[in-house]
Design a protein around this ligand. Structure first.
Ligand SMILES: [Cu+2]
Length: 238
């Protein structure tokens, strides 16, 4: 992705970090906000990967084949993340009752895909053996921690907006994704592929839809005051 480096108004200073711009987002009242309503689809054949656990199989399970993208019968993509980039100001962040968590559970990351606000994250081990949870922005390590004990919880921070891939150095097949955002205009698609982003100040934005197989797809979207804007976003294999 291209490097963006400019100044917007008096408030938002942009720096390019891992392909996503970090704005100093300013929250406040939104007048005449519109809504982006959409569906993310994938029309191609769904590729799979073979998983053959080579240890801890009593917890991790046996060999299996898993889809690389979760596509429903009507082609809707579940767990795609949709967000607006370079938003200088708008609605308040949603209330957060506790720190976001990434849990190792039966050798899977739960949630497998999540969006968090830049800031703290707790990494948890629910399993009775070692996981080594390793997060990356691209090739650069974001955090790397051994969790040998069941019930262990280690706090960390993801302070930079961007895509963080999560691996486990003890179980090579484990994979998860955390999308760190710098504004509250984001959504994760449901099982039907649909999403809604509310209270968007009228204007034209860049909207990114991203999923681990397809990578990001960016498009322009114009939101009118008080109205829904309908989108269908088709993701394709890279
Ligand atoms: Cu593991």
């Amino acid at each position: 992705m291209k490097t963006i480096n400019r100044v917007i108004g008096a408030f938002a200073i942009v720096t390019s970090i891992g392909g996503v711009s970090a704005y100093a987002y300013e929250a406040g009242p939104v007048t005449g906000g519109g809504t982006i309503v959409g569906k993310v689809v994938f029309n191609d054949v769904v590729p799979t990967r073979k998983i053959i656990p080579n240890k801890d199989v009593e917890v991790c399970g046996g060999p299996r084949e898993e889809p690389l993208i979760e596509v429903g019968p009507d082609k809707g993509v579940q767990n795609a993340v949709v967000y607006l980039v370079e938003v200088a100001k708008g609605k308040a962040w949603p209330a957060q009752s506790k720190t976001p968590e990434l849990t190792n559970h039966k050798c899977r990351f739960e949630p497998e895909v999540q969006v968090i606000r830049a800031g703290p994250l707790d990494v948890v081990n629910d399993d009775p053996m070692l996981h080594n949870t390793h997060g990356y922005y691209g090739k650069r390590t974001a955090f790397n921690m051994a969790l040998p004990n069941q019930g262990q919880r280690i706090p960390t921070e993801l302070t930079r907006p961007g895509t963080v891939r999560i691996d486990c150095d003890a179980h090579g097949w484990m994979e998860g994704w955390i999308y760190v955002v710098d504004n509250p205009y984001y959504a994760i698609t449901g099982a039907d592929g649909k999403f809604t982003i509310t209270d968007v100040p009228p204007g034209t934005y860049n909207l990114v839809a991203i999923q681990s197989l397809t990578g990001p797809l960016q498009q322009s979207v114009t939101v009118a005051a008080g109205k829904p804007t309908n989108l269908t976003i088709e993701l394709k294999k890279q």
